[in-house]
Design a protein around this ligand. Structure first.
Ligand code: AKB
Length: 327
């Protein structure tokens, strides 16, 4: 029988996805039932004032267990992770946070017989030898970054816990996520967010990948919807668990700049590719997400033009209030 999700823990709640996911979960399940946690970054006012918040360290099982026991947690959205670019600067830290954080959450999921554990994956699982167009669900997984290595290992580990122990675990391979509330921290796809911030603040952006770089992207409302929809899906209909391909849109930086120019003709981009170019080149251009569509009804709602219009409106408002780059 499907266990109910009544008390939810979100790790990494101060991060780009975690910050908006936590608020959406509080709206859906009740503010007091969603416990937000972070490692050391100061949480936003919205996060702090809308429900419980604690600092924890996901690499310490005792630290996570204290919160699980205190609140009788039955569901974890494990969003804490070191992303691709920062991970290349410190591969050991990336391994420690991503792998030990994941196995700690899985072990607590078993010990406390949790209803659900949601552990995101990423397009970073792909690398050498992968078909770059319409990348299939089942294909070679040879990542070129430590972040990708940890995501492949975590997918396999999660599927092992599903098969061996019957723990209900779900996860998506997130593309680059575009959002207007919290800046991403240390990924390769961060340019697709920074470009909007800089367009609004300075009408100019220097991009760290070439203009013909194409990567799969998704707007935050679709990201939140896909995450919660997968968590709510009927377990019996799922053939996959921790590694769902998910897609929304794909575009080059040039197409992104053109989309901004439609609303802001005087915006200019120049290019200074750095070490992140190699990472971007190792990831697919577009993704086949037919399994997500068939198994739990995934459908994206946003495209490049609607995202651009919404991002520019929201960021212009925030810029007027001096919120874009807070101290
Ligand atoms: C990154 O760029 O590292 C992340 C990701 C694609 O998982 N945004």
């Amino acid at each position: 029988m499907k266990k109910e999700m009544k008390k939810i823990l979100v790790t990494g709640s101060v991060g780009q996805i975690g910050s908006e996911l936590t608020l959406a979960l509080r709206e859906k399940y009740g503010a007091e039932n969603v416990i937000a946690t972070g490692r050391k970054t100061k949480p936003s006012k919205a996060l702090l004032e809308s429900g419980p918040f604690h600092f924890i360290d996901v690499t310490s099982i005792a630290s996570v267990e204290e919160i699980v026991k205190k609140y009788n947690i039955d569901t974890v959205y494990h969003m804490a992770a070191i992303l691709s670019a920062v991970g290349e600067g410190n591969p050991q830290l990336c391994w420690n946070v991503n792998m030990n954080g994941t196995i700690n959450v899985l072990e607590l999921g078993l010990k406390y017989e949790m209803a659900r554990v949601i552990i995101p994956s990423s397009i970073a699982v792909w690398g050498k030898g992968v078909p770059l167009e319409n990348t299939p669900q089942e294909t070679v997984l040879k990542p070129s970054t430590m972040y990708g290595v940890t995501k492949v290992a975590a997918e396999i580990l999660c599927d092992y816990y599903v098969a061996r122990f019957g723990l209900d675990i779900r996860g998506l391979r997130y593309p680059g996520i575009i959002s207007s509330e919290t800046l991403p921290g240390g990924g390769t796809t961060d340019y697709a967010v920074a470009i909007y911030y800089e367009a609004v603040a300075k009408k100019h952006y220097t991009c760290f990948v070439r203009e013909n770089t194409v990567l799969p992207m998704m707007y935050m409302p679709d990201c939140i919807k896909s995450t919660i929809d997968l968590a709510e899906a009927d377990f019996n209909k799922l053939m996959h668990h921790s590694d769902f391909n998910i897609a929304s849109m794909s575009f080059s930086v040039k197409e992104l700049a053109d989309a901004i120019n439609k609303y802001m003709p005087d915006f200019k981009v120049d290019y200074a590719p750095d070490h992140r170019q190699k990472i971007a080149d190792s990831w697919p251009n577009s993704i086949d997400d037919s399994c997500a569509k068939e198994e739990w009804g995934w459908q994206p709602s946003w495209n490049l033009d609607s995202v651009t219009k919404d991002m520019l409106e929201k960021l212009t408002e925030r810029h007027k209030k001096g919120e874009l780059y807070p101290e």
